[in-house]
Write a protein that binds this ligand. Structure first.
Ligand code: GCU
Length: 671
């Protein structure tokens, strides 16, 4: 780790690479030479440090930090503008100077990062005048890091927090990470996996807390609160109690004591993330209690300190029986949580995955969004590319997230977008926001695939400002990472089309899965079909897809508001990219493209692979125009993507050819 940190390569610096030329007028250069700061705190220190670092690179000399001056300068301080939201900022030119004013200290830090971003994306700061506030209150990252140093579903090396059942001693890389995260406005971080095993359970014990506190302190100076995933059975495993029953007096007391101790060491501790009664993790069900009982018990312990409980809704029966067609994994979250609406304490937030299944390349939105009007909800995305190519395949995920956030649920008529639900505005909820599973590891580039940095970057930017388009975000990232140059559009377009390409050569029309069980990489059409996990496609010789309608299917569509239910149920209005998610269809059914489903499957799989070859061509056209390390690293991965997309094409096409006996109209090679 040391070596990488010292090396500070372009891959390592990501979008905070200030080491490049920018076009600034002499007047602007004169302004940024001097910095005036009002106030003192860890966060303000970070803001000043960042600004100094950037300015030093831009003008070749360290800016002066002054107490007062009549000369042009940049001023950092707290704003008196009431229209700024929490964490918001304004940047404006006033006479000879530029003022960066935050609604709070974090706002100042975000203002500085924004100011630097403007400079490096070519904005004329001479007349700058902007106001910006986040659309979401909680902007979180969830790490699925185990204390062994392994990362569940991690594709970019080992954990930057843990190694061999310890917390790392050298925190330099964590410090760099805090910078990166703060630069995209992340304000909460869970450092350990939602699956909390034996050793991770101890993170809340005195044995580990001091070290956890050191990490928390690093994040604090960047305006980020630290949270921990906890084991619901901790009172038994750590406390030696006989039960973890949330209504048991001793259990309640035990948690209260524990929480008190945590806050002694980490005064601004964020709270707990909980995966309970899910995939064999312990939870309140064991004691005949429900999720509200479990969450509220923890919430009570955290309440006096301002902490929160983030309770995950990824709860389903993973031992389904395929014979019972009324059972449907997609229905599980709603069935488990909807009846509990209004029963959760104010400092509990339900964290709901974007779709009802599990981070597939395409899913409808989870019907839980908007179904719980009296409960805080936040959305969970997955940046780490578990089902989307594991950072070997290029897959820019911002378009997917954007689609989800913009989706109108109609739960309160038009305008009831997922975005307005999770940001808390639609039902005037106290808390709201987003979390995403990190794609970060100790790989030099942090994300394995250098272009996967765009996903981490894009997540933060989108959650700050959900009105940004995925192209705008891609452009920003490209310019900050590679500089402004003529061929930047090549990279932007590669990012923009990558999700559709990935979808084309993998699972068709919203059906999902078809991956190898366990590692979730590579094709296996029946991989989960005959297992007990309940993720079916029901392909036979005649038809494929899951009937989820209320009339003839699993009844899942009934969990949406009326207009959305009808839209999905009606073949004319069901978005075709989700057709097989909602309907079991004859292979000969003709799509709007005038192709039959079977021909669509063949075509998209052949074309998808061709498009991967085209991606490589595009990338090759950049040789000599971008950093060589990034160039080479991406080529390596594109080669893997070519090979593996060919495998997907062949496996999927052969499968359906043999099932149906229907020839490809173009007589291409199908095994
Ligand atoms: C998926 C993933 C698991 C993870 C789980 C979760 O099933 O494969 O690794 O633990 O989601 O979100 O809890």
């Amino acid at each position: 780790m040391d070596k990488v940190a010292l090396n500070k390569s372009v891959l390592y610096k990501c979008w905070l690479n200030y080491d490049r030329k920018v076009n600034l007028s002499e007047e602007s250069k004169e302004i940024i030479k001097r910095i005036l700061v009002e106030g003192e705190s860890q966060i303000i220190d970070s803001a000043v440090k960042e600004l100094k670092m950037a300015v030093q690179n831009i003008i070749g000399e360290e800016p002066k930090l002054l107490k007062r001056t009549r000369l042009p300068h940049v001023f950092l301080g707290i704003s008196t503008n009431d229209s700024l939201g929490i964490d918001g900022f304004e940047i404006k030119r006033i006479k000879k100077s530029i003022k960066i004013l935050g609604n709070n200290e974090s706002g100042i830090l975000y203002g500085v990062f924004s100011f630097i971003r403007k400079i490096y994306t070519g904005v004329d700061i001479g007349n700058i005048n902007i106001e910006d506030s986040p659309k979401n209150m909680l902007r979180m990252i969830n790490h699925w890091d185990n204390i062994s140093g392994d990362i569940e579903r991690g594709y970019a090396g080992k954990s930057i927090f843990f190694k061999d059942n310890h917390i790392v001693d050298n925190t330099e890389r964590i410090n760099e990470y805090a910078r990166l995260a703060a630069s995209i406005s992340i304000n909460g971080i869970v450092i350990n996996n939602v699956n909390v095993h034996e050793y991770e359970t101890k993170l809340i014990s005195d044995e580990y807390l001091t070290k956890v506190g050191e990490i928390a302190n690093i994040f604090t100076s960047y305006g980020i609160k630290l949270y921990l995933s906890i084991n619901f059975a901790s009172p038994i495993e750590l406390g030696g109690l006989k039960t973890a029953d949330p209504l048991d007096v001793d259990v309640k007391l035990w948690w209260k004591e524990r929480v008190k101790n945590i806050y002694k060491v980490i005064p601004n501790f964020g709270g707990f993330l909980v995966k309970a009664d899910s995939e064999f993790r312990p939870g309140p069900f064991t004691y005949g209690r429900n999720h509200a009982d479990g969450a509220n018990m923890l919430a009570e312990a955290l309440e006096p300190f301002g902490g929160i409980v983030i309770w995950r809704c990824f709860v389903y029966n993973c031992l389904l029986d395929w014979r019972d067609r009324s059972k449907d994994r997609a229905k599980a979250a709603y069935e488990n949580f909807k009846p509990l609406d209004g029963k959760f304490k104010d400092n509990v937030i339900l964290q709901v995955k974007n779709g009802p299944m599990d981070f597939q390349i395409r899913e409808p939105i989870s019907p839980l969004f908007g179904a719980m009007k009296n409960t805080n909800e936040m959305i969970e995305f997955q940046i780490t590319q578990e089902y989307t190519g594991q950072q070997k395949h290029l897959c820019y995920l911002v378009p997917l997230w954007k689609e989800v956030l913009d989706f109108d649920t109609f739960v309160e008529g038009r305008g009831s977008t997922v975005s307005n639900i999770v940001n808390g505005s639609l039902f005037e909820r106290k808390y709201g926001g987003a979390a995403a599973v990190a794609n970060i590891g100790d790989d030099e580039s942090w994300t394995g695939h250098p272009l996967a940095q765009a996903n981490f970057y894009g997540y933060g930017r989108l959650v700050w400002d959900t009105s940004l388009s995925s192209e705008e975000i891609a452009k920003e990232w490209v310019e900050l990472t590679f500089g402004i140059f003529k061929e930047e559009t090549t990279i932007i377009s590669m990012l923009a089309e990558s999700r559709d390409i990935y979808e084309e050569y993998t699972c068709p029309l919203g059906i999902g899965w078809m991956v190898n069980p366990n590692n979730h990489y590579g094709p296996s059409v029946d991989g989960y079909e005959y297992s007990r996990w309940g993720t079916y496609h029901y392909a036979d010789y005649k038809s494929l897809g899951v009937d989820r309608t209320t009339e003839t299917g699993t009844g899942y569509t009934g969990q949406y508001s009326k207009p959305i239910k009808y839209m999905f149920e009606n073949l004319q209005t069901c978005p075709e990219e989700l057709l097989l998610f909602f309907h079991n269809m004859d292979y000969k059914y003709v799509l709007k493209s005038r192709k039959t489903i079977i021909q669509h499957i063949y075509d998209t799989h052949f074309e998808g692979v061709e498009k991967v070859f085209a991606l490589k061509e595009k990338w090759i056209s950049l040789k000599g125009k971008i950093n060589e390390d990034i160039f080479n690293s991406v080529i390596e991965r594109l080669n893997i993507q070519i090979k593996d997309s060919e495998e997907w094409r062949d496996v999927v096409n052969s499968y359906f050819y043999r099932k149906t006996g229907i020839d490809d109209e173009l007589h291409r090679k199908i095994y």
